[in-house]
Design a protein around this ligand. Structure first.
Ligand code: FMN
Length: 383
């Protein structure tokens, strides 16, 4: 993410680096490398319909932007989708629930993109059997066959290049009732139940929960470290690894230059980098007029995939409506330090035992943000 001046001033506490910025002319420093966002231009001259559809699918939202997808195209007319087990988040996502949701988002974009090219996707989940509960294994998560079709293109396809997870403070304006209704009616999923709240008191309670959950993640050394290990600070690091959590722009360029933003500093309580990370994340949570969440009756792999499919459709619909959307998953995560707050949250949203909140997200209005990096399609292919 390119960090705003406001966010930055918080990060540095208005101190030493602001003087360095006064000189101006810095906006050109440390831009997002073009190669890292080139995939947002779509498949270009690709001939193979599968590669064309996959070029859109890899723009899917996914946890920590780890892009945990592996694809086998070696059999004609068929795509096998696997979990890339080198790209998991074992501390914050110990059962790979969110990683699997991130395969649902990928599959839904694949379906939309294939549809736009005149193909229907025949999808078989876990064609070689399901992994043990809470695990992911080396067998495919889905087999997809493209079949010629005459159905009209889903209008949500057009939103794929414009969709974002908008990680910014939102304006104070309430979510317009017609936008809440349009999102709700765009959600026909039989597997996930969608709730959107614009109620002021409920939104305030959820802001409080979201803040406390972020603090738990950021103050638990091993979960904080998981994020810090995936930071890409500055254009060179992002170009070399176009994934993870990217920080770039003149402000971070200066912080790095002055040695104030290093992975070590960011994990050390009391440093500017550590406090800045906390203030920045809490800034989002506090500036949120409305929330939504998706509940499933079961927490099996297929429910998780369906939750991802439903989530990205909502994200695309929000894009069409001009509504900003951003998952805040901390309170949903299954590690011991979060368990108490999670119980409080589940009670607050009325989830009954057995149900799982798969996604919790902020809703509101914000400036448009830049696309996040993606690896090129070839990096996802098995050979
Ligand atoms: C299952 C899931 C959980 C996510 N949780 C968070 C989260 O807690 N905080 C956050 O900032 N983004 C979260 N995201 C959004 C990703 O960070 C985002 O999709 C990724 O950085 C790529 O950015 P993009 O969606 O703008 O393309 C989540 C996405 C998914 C699919």
């Amino acid at each position: 993410m390119a960090v705003s001046r406001r966010g930055f001033i918080k990060v540095i506490g208005g101190g030493v680096v602001s003087a360095a910025l006064v000189g101006g002319g810095l906006q050109g420093c440390d831009r997002m490398p073009a190669s890292a966002v080139a995939p947002w231009q779509g498949p270009g001259a690709e001939q193979d319909a599968r590669r064309r559809a996959l070029s859109w699918a890899l723009l899917a939202p996914n946890p920590h932007n780890m892009q945990p997808w592996l694809v086998d195209l070696r059999r004609e007319g068929e795509i096998l989708l696997y979990v890339d087990r080198t790209r998991l988040l074992p501390e914050t996502d110990p059962f790979a629930r969110q990683i699997v949701i991130g395969h649902g988002t990928f599959l839904e974009l694949l379906v939309l993109a294939a549809g736009a090219e005149g193909y229907r996707c025949a999808i078989e989940y876990f064609p070689q059997g399901q992994p043990k509960e809470g695990e992911v294994d080396g067998r495919p998560l889905a087999r997809i066959r493209l079949q010629r079709d005459t159905a009209a293109t889903d209008p949500l396809f057009a939103q794929i290049p414009h969709r974002r997870s908008t990680k910014e403070p939102y304006r104070a304006d309430p979510l317009q009732p017609e936008h809440a209704r349009a999102l709700q009616t765009s959600h026909p999923s039989p597997v996930t139940q969608l709730t959107i709240t614009t109620d002021t008191a409920m939104a305030a309670s959820l802001r409080g929960i979201t803040e406390r959950a972020m603090l738990i993640e950021l103050q638990t050394p091993r979960t904080l470290k998981e994020s810090i290990d995936r930071l890409r600070i500055g254009a060179d690091a992002i170009a070399a690894k176009p994934d993870g959590i990217e920080l770039h722009g003149p402000f971070f360029w200066w912080l790095s230059k002055l040695g104030l933003m290093t992975p070590e500093k960011a994990t050390t309580p009391g440093t500017m980098a550590w406090q800045g990370g906390i203030d920045y994340a809490l800034g989002w949570a506090r500036a949120t007029p409305a929330f939504g969440w998706l509940i499933t009756a079961a927490n099996d792999r297929i429910s998780q995939i369906e939750a991802g499919r439903a989530y990205v459709r909502l994200n695309l619909k929000a894009t069409e409506l001009g509504v900003a959307m951003h998952p805040v998953s901390q309170v949903l995560q299954e590690y011991p330090e979060m368990a108490g707050l999670q119980r409080e949250f589940l009670g607050m949203v009325g989830a009954v035992p057995g149900q799982t909140v798969q996604m919790l997200f902020r809703l509101g209005y914000s400036e448009t943000v830049q696309p996040s990096p993606r690896r090129p399609l070839d990096a996802l292919l098995m050979s």
